[in-house]
Design a protein around this ligand. Structure first.
Ligand SMILES: [Zn+2]
Length: 162
């Protein structure tokens, strides 16, 4: 990451030509779209769902990962993760023993900027589980919404094999 991104942030801004006009701007990274293994790589958390804290986004214990009624969640950020890292407590939160390059960049919380997207989930075959999870949540709030989803899903055309 350092090798790839340092040139963007090394200078005091970059000249960008748009529509034959030159603009001086400061590049920033706001979002990193990826799948789950990539998210763990950018965040430098353990790449295992069996680790004690398997989420790159928050500090939820693996024993509570399926709990949909959580009210008290600590979100990862550059400050709290660096505190674990520099106090040699990185193992306590399933953090790799490598300083994260993104901590040095301005205006980015790599843990919230790293977003696993639905396309990657589809590619991994997780769509079925996303639907079941969503249905369980809706069932608790308003069971008629489950029928609405069923109705909409039934209208998606089937894939025509070639
Ligand atoms: Zn989380």
């Amino acid at each position: 990451m350092k090798f790839l991104l340092d040139p963007l942030f090394a200078e005091k801004g970059i000249d960008l030509e748009v529509d034959n006009k030159t603009f001086w701007f400061f590049p920033r990274i706001s979002t990193i779209i990826c799948d789950w293994p990539e998210a763990t790589t950018f965040s430098l958390v353990y790449k295992s769902t069996n680790s004690n804290f398997p989420c790159h986004f928050c500090l939820i214990s693996k024993t509570l990962l399926a709990d949909t009624d959580l009210s008290d969640v600590t979100f990862c950020n550059n400050e709290n993760m660096q505190e674990y890292f520099y106090n040699n407590a990185e193992q306590d939160v399933s953090l790799e023993n490598i300083p994260n390059y993104f901590w040095s960049l301005p205006s980015i919380n790599v843990y919230s900027a790293t977003v696993p997207d639905r396309m990657h989930h589809l590619d991994l075959g997780l769509f079925h589980y996303q639907i079941e999870f969503t249905q369980a949540l809706l069932q608790k709030q308003d069971s008629s919404l489950v029928n609405k989803i069923d109705n909409r899903l039934s209208k998606i055309p089937r894939f025509q094999k070639f």
